[in-house]
Structures are given as C-alpha cells and as structure tokens.
Design a protein around this ligand. Sequence first.
Ligand code: SAM
Ligand code: SF4
Length: 328
Amino acid sequence: MQDPFGRSVSYLRVSVTDRCDFRCVYCMAEDMTFLPKAEVLSLEELERLCSVFIAKGVRKLRLTGGEPLVRRNVTSLFHNLGRHLGHGLDELTLTTNGSQLAKYAGDLYAAGVRRINVSLDTLDPAKFTAITRWGRLDQVLEGLAAAKAAGLAVKINAVALKGVNDDEFDRLVSWCGESGFDLVFIEVMPMGEVGAGARLDQYLPLSLVRAALDRRWTLEPSEYRTGGPARYFTVRETGRRLGFITPLTHNFCESCNRVRLTCTGTLYMCLGQEDAADLRAPLRASSDDALVSDAIDAAIARKPKGHDFIIDRRREAGPPRFMSTTGG
Ligand code: SAM
Ligand code: SF4
C-alpha cells in the first residue's frame, strides 16, 4: 500500500480495547467513560481485519490499547495472528503497561511474539502510583521479570514529565542497562482533555532530556531504525539502545509507515489528525473481504502528510481523542 506522498504503509497498530487497569495522568481523565461493549469489534472481527491488512502488505502488527492484556481472551487473538508470521507477517508485538505480563508472557512467546514495549515512567513506587493513579510498581516489575524469563526482548517506554520523573532519567538508563532492556523517552503529546493546563505543566522537550543525559552518558548515534519516529543512540557505558520520540520538537512524519485501527474498526491514518475511515460497516456488510479492502484503499489514499501537534506557553493543540483510543 502506498500513500499519496509515496510512503509505503506496512505497519498496523491495533487498539484492541479502550479499557485499562491504569489511569495514567497524561493519557486518561480520572473518570473515563469507556465504549459500550456492543460497539467493540469481536476478537474474530479484529483478526479478520488484520488478515486483510496482511494480505494487502502489512508486515508488522502491534496490539495496543487501552491495555491490550486486559481484554478477555486476547491471547487467542495473538495465537491466531501469530499464524501469519513467516507468511506475509514479519513481526507481531504489543505495547503494554506490564501489569498482566506475569500471567501472559509465556503465552505471548508461544504465539510468536519476540519483542515487547512496556511503558514505565518511574522506578519509584509512590511516584508510579501517582502517575498511573491505579497501578502498583511491583506488579509491573514482576511482569518484566516474567517477560525476560520467557525470552521476550523488552523496550521500556518512558514519557518525560517535568517535575515528576525528570530527576530519574540517569537511573532509568542505568537500570535498563543492568536489566538488558532498551529504553525510549517520549514527549508528552496533546491528545484528549486530561485537565486544565495539565499538559503544559507536564511537557518537557526531549532536547533538555538529551542535554542532561549527555553529562553522564556517552550517546553514540545508531543506524538502528524501526521505520518509526524514534531516533536511536547506543549508550556506550551500558551497550543498550536509547531512543527519543520527539513529535513536538522534531517532526518525524516524512518516514511514517503506519496506520492505526481502533477497537471499533475505525482507521486513523495519522495519530495527530482527525480524519478516519470506518471499516466496521464494510466488514460487517459482507463475508467477502472485497468491500473492506476497497475501504482500506480509499483511506490510505487520504493519509495526510503529517500531524499538527502544538504545545507552547499559550496553548496546546491536538486531536480531542485520548491516546488510549488509538493506542499511541
Ligand atoms: N496501556 C499500554 C501502555 O501503557 O503501554 C498501551 C497503550 S498506551 C496509550 C501507549 C503509550 O502511549 C504508552 O507508552 C503511554 O505512555 C503513551 N502515552 C499515553 N498518553 C500519552 C500522551 N498524551 N503523550 C505521550 N505519550 C502518551
Ligand atoms: Fe492505560 Fe497505557 Fe493509558 Fe496508562 S498509558 S492509562 S496504561 S492505556
């Protein structure tokens, strides 16, 4: 699949549920209203949609959410999608908050998952609970140990939050080095209303994080690319990769290779734009995949050039939906 700007779309992210067992302050409001179950695609429908995308050239699938591992029977979806590995699909992976990994790490490996992203912004138990509102750090650390024991490679995603975890960046780098995990820092993005002024308070440009890290670590530019927005370095002292995702300070849209599907079958062609295509109606209208395939083609033909996120002293601007809708 090629978009109007000549970018090839080979990566699909699927938010399998909008629900979550955490309420991270930058991601969700405390009193979130979730979708009624009737609106959400069944696991079979999600699998069918993913299979159509794979037949059309998607080579990498990432399940996300909400928290993908709180969706009932989600491991059956992983197992069924895992059958495409080596037959069109190169990689099946997920982004998770880690809370359920102790239970599912073995299943995920058995389904063909080899690398996972785990979101973790702090190693301080009290701060962890403050950021996630409902989470417990020890549960996530147990999950990470289980993932490692199951043979899953782990990349930690940490959102840089001013006044919250900005005293911990060195510690995160050294802990990831000791644990054998890669690490990616992410700038907070303006998605969904989480409370007046909250994001302006949280936003920390990664240029500042980078400058702080440079005082302690030797960051060697790395050729490593995932086709995604992260720029990677190798930390000489630990030998691990360190990435920076900078949607605000550095626009990365020119190499975008992905589209995002929500659990209701809505396809977003850009994380930062509102235009979307409904795939649920064509999926349900016919047991033949031709209708949905045509709807995907029409959507890819409208993939926008890039996002228009803004956070500055006066305002923040981004789409009204929460990150948990499209899955980050
Ligand atoms: N629940 C899973 C998790 O937390 O990893 C998967 C979904 S979560 C929405 C995916 C990623 O988006 C997480 O790494 C989270 O930290 C990040 N995220 C959520 N809201 C964000 C925001 N407003 N700006 C930047 N990153 C955000
Ligand atoms: Fe849940 Fe992930 Fe959002 Fe946190 S970032 S509230 S874990 S979906």
